[in-house]
Design a binder for this molecule. Structure first.
Ligand code: F6P
Length: 353
């Protein structure tokens, strides 16, 4: 039955009535940009935009042509409507002002236009992540306006470009997912009020970094891998797609834990993922769905940002597992993480320097 379904427009009008009624139009513009990016990504090699743009972003990462185009798509779709005070993106060193010819609003849009884009050349799901903050009044945003903790986000979401394109959104009234109906061009509410199961037996981490992790994470993963024969007494499954959007989407759909923890690979980077446009929006979506999101030592949404492109350790997903990892960090920091009675690893020295 095609008629009577809840479209994204209907949803945002109903869920932003009152204090944020002016945010609905911005969300519709974000959705329009996402549809354009979805069409481009969906063409794969036929788009003519695969491969490198021969430039690097502020973090020194190679930009793909498709990263640059996705960035443009969001800027051009969202700059004109009068809701925004400024935008910032993974692909731009500094915040992007609203062009002179358009009115200013009070919202700030922060985004990663194409997360996991190294996967786009191999036809694996990639996505767009966004976060909306606000300043007290309409006007031109300053850098300080963007440096607000994630707990102050008024909306957050991502689009996943997979076999189906989906938009997953929170306006602080739960986490809800919409599927793009390619025939009508509408996002249709297909997964209202998503709940992340509290317990899980599935973890996701890039184990090639194992030797660089801190002891609490080494301990946790060793216990998962020990399965039924270890302290957990249960077998765990592992998944790693190297596309955060796909990873978080799986967790929202069926539970699990995703980790990109602190490591010592490059001492100048305390984590891999960016706080403002990766960790914060995903943390809000996960928390609004009943899960938890932590650096291991602090709730992600409470981290006070110091820089636009700041990186942060990320541990998120099913609440029981995130809380277990926080406990392992506390025990390690307090020096009380022993004795540890694993039949495989009985030595304190395994997890302590
Ligand atoms: O930009 C972040 C990202 O692409 C994430 O989507 C993904 O989780 C991560 O990088 C993968 O990085 P690596 O391949 O270095 O583990």
């Amino acid at each position: 039955m095609l008629f009577g379904r809840t479209t994204l427009s209907k949803f945002v009008i109903e869920h932003t009535r009152g204090q944020h009624s002016d945010m609905g139009a911005l969300l519709i513009d974000v959705a329009a940009a996402v549809k354009g990016i979805s069409a481009l990504v969906g063409k794969g090699a036929l788009s003519g935009f695969s491969g490198s743009a021969a430039t690097t972003n502020v973090q020194g990462e190679e930009q793909k042509k498709i990263d640059v185009l996705a960035n443009e798509a969001i800027l051009r779709h969202c700059e004109w409507g009068g809701q925004l005070a400024g935008m910032a993106s993974e692909e731009m060193d500094e915040p992007c002002p609203i062009p002179e010819s358009y009115p200013r609003g009070r919202y700030l849009l922060v985004f990663d236009p194409l997360d996991g884009s190294s996967n786009s050349d191999v036809n694996v799901s990639v996505g767009t992540i966004f976060s909306i903050l606000q300043r007290p009044q309409a006007g031109d945003a300053t850098l300080a306006d963007f440096l607000r903790p994630g707990a102050e986000q008024v909306a957050a979401g991502y689009a996943i470009y997979g076999p189906a394109t989906m938009l997953v959104l929170s306006v602080r009234t739960g986490t809800h997912a919409f599927t793009l109906d390619r025939e009508s061009g509408n996002f249709i509410l297909t997964h209202p009020d998503i709940r992340v199961p509290e317990a899980t037996r599935e973890f996701a981490i890039n184990t090639s970094n194992e030797r660089f992790w801190e002891p609490p994470v080494q301990r946790y993963v060793a216990e998962c891998k020990a399965g039924k024969t270890g302290v957990r007494g249960a077998d765990f499954n592992m998944r790693w797609i190297a596309s955060m959007v796909a990873e978080v989407h799986r967790i929202l759909m069926r539970g699990g834990i995703f980790m990109y923890p602190k490591d010592s690979k490059d001492p100048s980077k305390p984590g891999r993922l960016r706080l403002l446009y990766e960790a914060n929006p995903m943390a809000m979506l996960i928390e609004q769905a009943g899960g938890a999101a932590s650096t291991g030592r602090e709730r992600i949404l409470d981290v006070a940002p110091e820089a636009l492109h700041q990186r942060v350790p990320v541990i998120l997903g099913s609440r029981e597992e995130v809380e277990r990892l926080e406990r392992y960090h506390q025990e390690f920091d307090a020096g009380t993480d022993r004795p540890y009675a694993s039949p495989l690893f009985a030595e304190r020295s395994l997890f302590r320097d």
